[in-house]
Design a protein around this ligand. Structure first.
Ligand code: ADP
Length: 248
């Protein structure tokens, strides 16, 4: 197997408060990993450490593409949707940030960049919105624009933090459909944080269950058959999380 990311014995503290303890796992190229766990279990902190946005006291995070941190990854942060109706930037401007952020000075958008921006808007079926102001869009449209911003640089790793929690069920399904295609058809590796373990079990291929330490990492099949997880969650909860496997 070909790894894209390995996290080795990662320990991270806020002041004296240990938030992540001794976390180790490897993401293979083409993985789609759901990171789940209770509120405050360290999910967002783990993503930020991977992205190079948070220093850590012990351990290593390695990338197989020669990057020294995860800034090359496409990132869709939590609560990124603009609620301000007069938010002035247009869709094209917002998506261009995904390219500008990776440029050295002088930072400007070239003709080639506009071609990339228009191509990703087209792919996500939001070309008609490109001159609209972000603040005038619906929540689902804004989320697609932010996904376009994360994808415009064609990253091989995409990291999303609760991307669909505020969306209507139908829009959420569509959004997860786009992620599925990116993963299956284009081989993009995806790390997706969610508090909704039962629901993301339908979409992701592997589960990483965090509760400040790594409780479980592996496939859903392994999770469902694990006696340790039966002890940890109780038989009923494990059974509920595994509902999709009853159809297999
Ligand atoms: P999750 O994403 O699983 O809800 P977080 O990674 O946001 O968890 O938070 C993990 C723990 O770290 C929580 O106890 C939270 O209060 C604490 N925490 C998060 N961010 C900070 C911060 N900037 N300073 C201090 N403590 C923080």
């Amino acid at each position: 197997m070909n790894s894209i990311l390995s996290v080795e014995n990662l320990t991270l503290k806020y002041g004296r408060h240990e938030v992540l303890s001794n976390i180790s796992f490897t993401a293979e190229v083409g993985d789609y990993i759901g990171i789940v766990g209770p509120n405050g279990s360290g999910k967002t902190t783990l993503l930020k450490a991977i992205l190079g946005l948070h220093p850590f006291s012990e351990g290593k995070i390695r990338f197989n593409n020669g990057s020294k941190d995860g800034r090359f990854a496409g990132y869709l942060p939590q609560k990124a949707v603009a609620s301000d109706r007069i938010f002035p930037a247009t869709v094209r401007e917002i998506v261009s940030i995904g390219l500008l952020a990776r440029k050295k000075d002088p930072k400007f958008i070239s003709k080639g960049d506009y071609i990339k921006i228009d191509a990703i808007l087209d792919k996500l079926e939001i070309s008609d919105l490109k001159r609209k102001k972000m603040g005038n869009l619906s929540g689902g449209q804004q989320q697609r624009v932010l996904l376009a911003r994360a994808l415009v640089s064609s990253p091989e790793l995409l990291i999303l933090d609760e991307p669909a929690s505020a969306l209507d069920p139908k829009i959420r399904e569509d959004f997860y459909g786009i992620l599925k295609d990116l993963n299956e058809k284009e081989g993009v590796t995806i790390l997706l944080v969610s508090h909704d373990m039962a629901s993301i079990g339908q979409y992701t291929k592997k589960m990483l269950y965090l509760d400040r330490r790594l409780v479980f990492f592996g496939s859903y099949e392994e999770f469902c058959k694990s006696p340790d997880m039966t002890v940890y969650f109780g038989h009923l909860s494990q059974h509920q999380f595994c509902w999709r496997h009853l159809d297999d």
